[in-house]
Write a protein that binds this ligand. Structure first.
Ligand SMILES: Cc1cc2nc3c(=O)[nH]c(=O)nc-3n(C[C@H](O)[C@H](O)[C@H](O)COP(=O)(O)O)c2cc1C
Length: 153
């Protein structure tokens, strides 16, 4: 809360968002009571009128905590962005359900630099290569192919 207060003091609340991964287990992330800790923390964010709260939901990388969009929707009063295992179809579904306002894409955006175009066209997606995550050089970050679009006429 002190960090959020300090950052909001510099940039203004509308230009600050908070992102957390309350179900994350990478690099030994853990908490003795995730539900209590993160419910308290996210409720505290309501005092700041933030641009958004960005949540990584439980997915194959994290613990099955139940700390998902539906859970935090009851707590956080502002714009909720979710991610964690979404594709275009699942993204549309959660927005239509009203449980989230926006969806972000991690691995799919890494592997598909033209992801919005591919979604618009319902095109085939490149598969993310997990052996390149979190390490190395540009391989797996800037070398995925974009679609080769042919002009119609
Ligand atoms: C290579 C890589 C680096 C990431 N780095 C971070 C990071 O620094 N901080 C963070 O909160 N999440 C990080 N993430 C997690 C993503 O932001 C996202 O929550 C996760 O990939 C799940 O969403 P997805 O299923 O759309 O990929 C990273 C993910 C990948 C693949």
């Amino acid at each position: 809360m002190e960090v959020v207060e300090a950052v909001v003091g510099v940039w203004g609340s509308g230009r600050v968002g908070v992102r957390i991964s309350p179900s994350g287990t990478n690099y030994s992330m853990s908490d003795s009571n995730r539900v209590a800790t993160f419910s308290y923390a996210v409720a505290g964010l309501n005092a700041f009128d933030l641009a958004y709260f960005h949540l990584m939901e439980p997915n194959e990388w994290g613990a099955d905590t139940g700390l998902d969009a539906a859970y935090f929707r009851q707590i956080f009063k502002g714009a909720l962005i979710v991610n964690g295992g979404y594709d275009r179809q699942k993204g549309d579904a959660i927005i239509n359900s009203g449980k989230a306002d926006l969806v972000s894409f991690g691995r799919l955006f890494l592997a598909n630099p033209d992801l919005p175009t591919r979604f618009r066209l319902n095109a085939i997606l490149n598969e993310p290569d997990s052996s390149t995550f979190y390490k190395g050089d540009e391989k797996g970050y800037t070398d995925y192919a974009t679609l080769k679009l042919k002009p119609i006429a």
